[in-house]
Design a protein around this ligand. Sequence first.
Ligand code: PHE
Length: 341
Amino acid sequence: MISKVQELYTEVESFEIKDKETLETFRLNYFAKKGKVNDLFAEFRNVPAEEKKQFGVELNKLKTFVEEKFREGNALVENLEDATDDIGFDLTLPSIPEELGTRHPLSVVRERMVEIFNRIGFDLSEGPEIEDDFHNFTALNFPPDHPAREMQDTFFIEKDPDIALRTHTSSVQVRVMENQEPPIRTLSPGRVFRNEAISARAHCVFHQLEGLYIDKNVSFADLKDTLYYFVKEMFGEDIKLRFRPSYFPFTEPSAEIDITCLLCKGKGCNVCKGAGWVEIGGAGMVDPNVLKNAGIDPNVYSGFAFGMGLERITMLKYQIKDLRLFTENDVRFLRQFKTLG
Ligand code: PHE
């Protein structure tokens, strides 16, 4: 008789409760009034007297075991139900990985440039993308009908008086000069628009980052020094810088800024068309007429301005060969950029 209790114990032990159904089977088989444990209790009276004590002990052990196992099974099933039924999905499933986005390479480079100029006292300024003729052209010393206006293929919104999408961020500098007394040291990054066919090297929407410094006794040497500092911080100590005489209506003298081609290290390649140099922007001493137009006395103050293409700098920094990649939103491209140290 005692071996019957032990057999049942082993049976109960190996029974696996894993869901609602197996729990119910377990209950019916072992725990219920008509289950196997109670059957054994009923047999108590047939047990020989000398075995009764041990039989009782074993049977009680079995009963406690069954009760315990049933309680545990119950808890397990409740947990499963919490995880599935109540909230409509299974919390025990592995999660769907959520990918973090990365910053756009143009933003990464812009922030880096802003930070570099910030260290030498340049603040930030911004202005409207839809500009009037005065701020985009006239105040910047573009005479009416001057061919320089043609150089920047403008998207006009209204004619007479002319309203257009700004063709450069120099318009922001006019606004700063109108509203602020020198000394002025400001950086104006922003979107600009020109009616150009989209290609690997040109786009009708792109970004510039311009700087303006106005104070007493500002010289061309200050301009060179500022740009040398920027280029070395941005591209490294080995980069060389050169100024080529150029023309802008709003600066005199004017220069175009070239740096060593980063792809061939100055040896000459496709990107620099064999020259070893690539252009990064324009610069010059602010024309006295521009200061006057913005209400600053050119006999007291002088200043320099420079403007760089953000796309160009980013392409050089990361060796990107096609400008169109910036606007295609291809995550395989965008994922490659994190932050610049
Ligand atoms: N605004 C000029 C351009 O768009 C760049 C520039 C800025 C040149 C400041 C000189 C000084 O090409």
